[in-house]
Design a protein around this ligand. Structure first.
Ligand code: HEC
Ligand code: HEC
Ligand code: HEC
Length: 429
């Protein structure tokens, strides 16, 4: 898939095998599996519930089963769903299905994807439960209006594997990887604000940060190699890690891209026009330094089962310091990251820090598995209460980040709600 030269050759017919291989790669780059597979479910058989402000939308079965999946779809039907958001029966899809992005795919790539879904994906005879948004009843027909006003990508032309670096990068970012689905904020119509491209957006729980080239609000201080490393492994020492929805994007999609594609994607992203950020006024990964820990063990409550009485430093000492160190520097090999020079801690918004404490990190990329337990009571470590997590967050941002964010237990409580992570239309805060 390496982009060859800067030509804009017309699509050439390719062998059936080459087309299927291209289709498989495209399905990975477009991360179809992320939404169309429920936890523990069969690939592409649907069933994942995705929260929106109007209620949960259930992803459908897109295996080639004729009754339960898309086995009866012709290539034209498939194209219509993928690029125009219209189902075979003529009804409109909710834009949770990122057809505004996929609208940018070339004809040749849609054809290859179709061939791969029909010939390689295993049919699964299961129907996921139907989406049933109770109010307003006619929402699906209202989607027709939405569909008309939403700004969609324009289809690219020719053979996408021959594009020059920046065009290939743009194609990957917009038509396939749909980075903007999460990283571009939405207007009141829930359409991506194109004049704020990649300037950061809330997913309801996690926050997809500003990744424009702003040196203060974005990632303008990252090199192309940093960004390639992040997209390949989910981890760049001294800068950032990927948890939550970004961990999923890395695990299922970007870690499988070729080197040439990762460089093309990174080169394009780093050229995106800088947008400053309302909350981040210094580079997120520039904040903080190692803490000189006071000897808290000789002061204050001694018993760690007496957590109700503990303040930030004690909660940190009891739950985090065994891995992240008393000084917050992490491990020498960076497997456990330092908490200073860490974009999640240095951000002007505490959302991702709170979400990390609640949900932990669980990300596999290649042969590497990054794991931190969550403290929401679902894993085998101590459950931390809303008040404890608020105190801990404020202590960590004051010690290693940009200051005390005055996080309240109410904010932690609202983020604790177990909403799905692939959540492009979640209510903004
Ligand atoms: C961000 C989540 C998300 C991603 C990524 C995604 N989809 Fe979807 N897709 C959905 C949801 C949700 C629906 C059902 C929407 C509805 O009911 O209106 C859907 C519906 C569809 C349909 C209509 C099927 C039917 O029921 O008739 C097709 C076809 C489809 N997706 C194909 C794909 C392909 C191919 C990819 C990858 C290129 C993909 N989707 C990626 C969420 C997603
Ligand atoms: C499903 C939503 C989603 C998609 C799609 C997505 N991201 Fe992210 N991204 C996030 C979230 C959430 C974070 C914060 C993760 C964390 O703090 O652990 C993030 C973090 C990042 C960061 C780290 C920024 C920092 O300062 O720490 C970069 C860089 C990034 N994403 C780039 C991309 C690119 C490039 C794409 C497309 C290839 C992409 N993302 C697609 C949700 C998403
Ligand atoms: C068992 C060891 C362990 C414990 C205990 C632990 N962590 Fe972690 N932490 C990790 C690992 C491993 C990572 C992920 C590194 C990566 O993503 O590559 C991580 C990541 C993080 C991140 C960055 C997440 C992101 O998305 O950018 C933060 C912030 C963090 N931990 C804070 C904490 C806090 C606060 C506590 C205590 C409540 C804690 N950790 C407890 C091992 C641990």
């Amino acid at each position: 898939m390496a982009p060859a030269s800067g030509t804009n050759a017309a699509a050439q017919p390719e062998s059936a095998d080459a087309e299927l291989a291209r289709g498989a790669y495209l399905a990975t780059a477009a991360d179809c599996v992320a939404c169309h597979t429920k936890p523990g479910g069969k690939p592409f058989a649907g069933g994942l519930k995705i929260a929106t402000p109007m209620g949960d939308v259930v992803a459908t079965n897109i295996t080639p089963d004729p009754q339960h999946g898309i086995g009866s779809y012709t290539e034209a039907d498939f194209e219509n769903a993928l690029r125009h958001g219209v189902r075979k029966d003529g009804s409109y899809l909710y834009p949770v299905m990122p057809y505004v992005s996929y609208a940018g795919m070339t004809d040749q790539d849609v054809k290859a994807l179709y061939a791969w879904f029909m010939h390689v994906v295993k049919p699964v005879a299961e129907s996921p439960e139907e989406t049933n948004l109770s109010f307003p009843a006619s929402l699906r027909s209202a989607m027709m209006a939405w569909n008309f006003v939403a700004s969609k990508e324009t289809p690219e032309t020719g053979d996408s594997s021959t594009y020059d670096t920046l065009r290939r990068g743009r194609y990957l970012a917009n038509a396939l990887e749909h980075c903007g689905t999460c990283h571009t904020p939405r207007n009141f119509m829930l359409s991506e604000k194109q004049d704020h491209y990649l300037a950061g957006g809330s997913l309801g729980t996690w926050y997809a940060p500003n990744v424009t080239s702003s040196k203060t609000g974005g990632i303008g201080d990252w090199s192309e190699d940093d960004l390639v490393a992040y997209l390949r492994s989910g981890h760049v020492a001294g800068r950032a890690q990927a948890a939550g929805p970004m961990a999923e994007a890395v695990e299922h999609s970007t870690s499988h891209l070729t080197d040439a594609d990762l460089h093309a994607l990174a080169a394009f992203i780093l050229k995106v026009a800088p947008m400053d950020d309302d909350a981040d006024h210094t580079a997120r990964d520039a904040a903080g330094k190692a803490a000189e820990m006071p000897d808290i063990r000789t002061k204050g409550p001694q018993r760690i089962d007496d957590l109700a009485e503990m303040d930030g430093p004690h909660i940190y000492d009891a739950n985090c310091s065994s891995c992240h160190g008393h000084d917050g520097a992490g491990t020498k090999d960076h497997y456990v990251p330092s908490l200073f020079n860490n974009s999640t801690v240095g951000a002007g918004r505490p959302d991702n820090l709170i979400m990390t404490i609640l949900k932990g990190v669980d990300r596999t990329a290649g042969t590497e598995h990054a794991f931190m337990p969550g403290f929401d009571g679902q894993s085998n470590v101590q459950r931390l209460s809303d008040a404890e997590i608020a105190a801990l967050t404020n202590y960590i941002t004051a010690t290693f980040g940009t200051g005390d964010h005055q996080v309240t237990p109410e904010l932690v409580k609202s983020l604790r709600k177990d909403t799905p992570v692939v959540n492009p239309l979640a209510k903004g805060k």
